[in-house]
Design a binder for this molecule. Structure first.
Ligand SMILES: Cc1cc2nc3c(=O)[nH]c(=O)nc-3n(C[C@H](O)[C@H](O)[C@H](O)COP(=O)(O)OP(=O)(O)OC[C@H]3O[C@@H](n4cnc5c(N)ncnc54)[C@H](O)[C@@H]3O)c2cc1C
Length: 655
């Protein structure tokens, strides 16, 4: 007969205010199999754990039930506590009487009854438990970093410098992300290229860092310490080993198309590098625009290449690599302002986004740093910035604040005034959110030193009058409606999740929120982890972040990765499914419902020389113990260790 110890936590008053814990302990002492029951103020504290340890010794307990908060918080604590007393850590059961009882009920008597029921069920379950032992798996000490913006770059450098291998997979032809598009960065106004380029060069030179650009991860299988990623390296149509990056091909290419890097304000050729400091400095041929690929003639780039690097026959390469950890650094995109019909719905050339303005004020950009009207190339004398386009707007955009728009708009207005001291810059804002080191001072500088005019209020309409734009808005501080004639309007569009964020989340088995931003393991205590072990988040794919926060999360994610790599092996949870071959009919129902691809088909014959047949078998190291297979099988062939059918039936019976 089992000798169960029941330990009931008051959790300060979190539980004891609603549940009569002393009464629960008295009733628990009479439950089947219970040899000892006690209550204590904080069971997770040192004295609380000591109480459990002493009771195990004094009363010869062989199983333990702790009635406290959610197992997601303290199950490991109590497992460690009983293990130290020589018990198998899986002979522990948590009855969640806080989240599932005291926090959701008000009637003390009923809550106490429910708590006792939960304890009773936990005792019934632990009685059927058997000792489990975690298996040990080796760790592949290589990190996969998806996305080569500043966050992916920083993570790769941290891991590379620590002596481990990091592999960046970047979709675009070059690493650099959004930061490569900027001229200057707030709040210090230092040149973006001057601080980003050295990092990009470090990435390309460090022997521990490998970069696959123009590439994507198509599939990820495996588990922490042992992920396998299928990577597609798109054909560049240029042999990177031969190319010297001399530039003759793109200088000679006759085909011009709008440049994505210049946000459509400038052009690029069909064979191109996105920007002069691109890493690698190897061009790609955009086959959809290339005259040769579309019409079968031209080949000017091929003829002009002295080292014969152009290769029209190159094909995509698809290959698999093993990784111990994955860092997701896929960044953000900008809200599409075409839904704002009152701002011309994206149809007016002189109403642009902040990112377009960023290219415009960049001295290496399409207008060489001059603010010119895209419609007719005329110099801009008056510019109006409108903040919160798509952010803090539940009706048309996203509910959250994009955090950066106040700052980047102040930067834009300041840069405009720097380039055009005679010009006028107006900013319509709702509130100014400048919470960051030296941020408030930066906004003040724009206002006081550069004379940028801030108007608190919303813009109701933008319309055309005599070839100029008129911005009609409210200045709520003076209580008047204002019309401002502007040459250019810049919308501070909010930062949102990329279009393929959900696909990336599904591929990696990580959750996302209602805005499709990836969800961290815990908002306070696990800000760069995800619920999938060994998958970490960094940068703006999680929420809008400025560069300092992005770099900080990149270093945090690499610290977590290095922590993983510092171990010789990992212990895999022993709560995995097993299939009874005698009961399995080979129907595949379990294989179809397994979200982790952890069940395979194998040939099996009964030991008493039965005929060979195909049955399902669990790959233990891949199984996450979700239990889907146990529910799908009509024969009851799969059973989950630590959550067996017998344990669940015992709980139901007890109830
Ligand atoms: C207009 C504007 C101005 C700004 N100015 C400043 C400033 O002055 N100072 C400041 O601190 N912050 C500024 N920011 C914020 C800054 O842009 C971000 O902090 C930074 O870019 C976040 O970096 P990231 O690496 O997380 O994302 P990104 O820069 O978006 O990089 C993500 C990278 O991942 C790649 N990628 C995406 N999906 C995949 C995939 N599935 N597979 C492979 N690769 C993928 C992308 O191609 C990209 O290269 C500004 C933002 C905007 C919009």
């Amino acid at each position: 007969m089992a000798r169960i110890g029941v330990f009931i936590c008051h959790c300060g008053t979190n539980i004891s205010a609603t549940v009569d814990v002393e009464k629960a302990a008295k009733l628990a002492a009479d439950l089947p199999g219970v040899a000892y029951a006690a209550d204590y103020r904080y069971m997770c504290s040192d004295p609380g754990q000591k109480l459990i340890a002493e009771a195990i010794r004094e009363h010869g307990l062989d199983r333990v039930v702790v009635a406290a908060c959610s197992p997601s918080l303290h199950e490991p604590t109590f497992r460690g506590c009983i293990e130290a007393e020589g018990l198998n850590p899986y002979l522990l059961e948590i009855a969640n009487i806080r989240e599932q009882c005291s926090w959701v009920h008000t009637d003390r008597d009923q809550a106490t009854d429910k708590a006792v029921d939960l304890i009773d069920m936990a005792c019934a379950k632990v009685m059927q438990a058997r000792p489990l032992t975690p298996s040990r798996v080796p760790v592949e000490r290589r990190a996969l970093i998806i996305g080569g913006g500043i966050s992916g770059i920083q993570a790769a450098i941290d891991i590379g410098l620590a002596g481990y291998e990091a592999v960046i997979v970047e979709r675009e032809p070059s690493i650099g992300g959004r930061m490569a598009q900027f001229d200057k960065t707030f709040p210090t106004l230092d040149c973006a290229a001057c601080i980003l380029t050295p990092k990009m060069v470090t990435v390309s030179r460090n022997k521990n860092i490998k970069v696959y650009t123009y590439s994507e991860v198509e599939e990820v299988t495996g588990y922490v310490g042992n992920y396998v990623a299928r990577i597609r390296r798109r054909a560049r149509s240029v042999d990177a080993d031969k190319c010297t990056g001399c530039g003759t091909c793109w200088q000679k290419c006759p085909k011009k198309v709008p440049s994505e890097f210049d946000e459509g304000l400038g052009t690029r050729t069909a064979i191109y590098i996105p920007f002069p400091q691109a890493v690698p400095r190897v061009p790609v041929i955009d086959r959809d625009s290339c005259i040769y690929f579309q019409r079968g003639r031209c080949r000017i780039c091929e003829r002009s290449c002295e080292v014969e690097a152009v290769d029209y026959t190159q094909e995509d390469e698809v290959f698999e690599e093993k990784f111990g950890a994955i860092i997701v650094a896929t960044g953000f995109t900008l809200f599409d302002h075409s839904v704002y019909t009152e701002y011309a719905g994206g149809h007016h050339k002189d109403i642009i986004t902040g990112l377009q303005f960023e290219r415009m004020v960049n001295s290496c950009g399409p207008t060489e740093g001059k603010a010119l009207r895209p419609s007719d190339g005329r110099e801009v004398k008056t510019v109006v910035f409108i903040q919160c386009t798509g952010s803090r707007d539940k009706a048309k955009g996203v509910e959250y604040c994009s955090r950066l728009c106040c700052m980047y708009t102040a930067k834009h207005a300041l840069l405009f005034k720097e380039h055009h001291p005679e010009g006028e810059a107006y900013i319509f804002y709702i509130d100014i959110r400048a919470a960051g080191k030296n941020y408030e001072e930066f906004v003040r500088r724009a206002q006081e030193e550069f004379g940028v005019k801030y108007l608190r209020g919303r813009v109701s309409r933008i319309f055309e009058r005599d070839g100029n734009l008129v911005v009609r808005g409210a200045d709520t501080l003076s209580g008047i409606s204002v019309d401002i004639e502007a040459d250019l309007v810049v919308l501070a569009t909010g930062l949102i999740a990329r279009d393929d964020a959900v696909d990336v989340a599904r591929m990696l088995g990580i959750p996302y929120d209602k805005n499709r931003l990836f969800t961290e393991g815990h908002p306070k205590l696990a800000p760069v982890e995800t619920v999938t072990s060994g998958v970490y988040l960094t940068g703006a794919c999680q929420a809008p972040k400025d560069i300092p926060d992005t770099v900080a999360t990149a270093s945090a994610a690499s610290a977590k990765t290095l922590g993983l790599f510092s171990r010789d092996y990992l212990e895999a949870e022993p709560m995995v499914a097993r299939i009874d071959p005698g009961l399995c009919s080979g129907c595949h129902a379990c294989i179809e419902v397994c979200p982790f691809g952890a069940i395979q088909e194998v040939e099996w014959a009964d030991v008493r020389n039965g005929p060979k047949r195909m049955i399902a078998q669990v790959i233990e190291s891949v199984c996450h113990g979700c239990g889907n297979c146990t529910v799908a099988c009509r024969a009851g062939a799969p059973n989950l260790d630590g959550f067996s059918n017998e344990q669940v039936y015992a709980q139901v019976e007890a109830f």
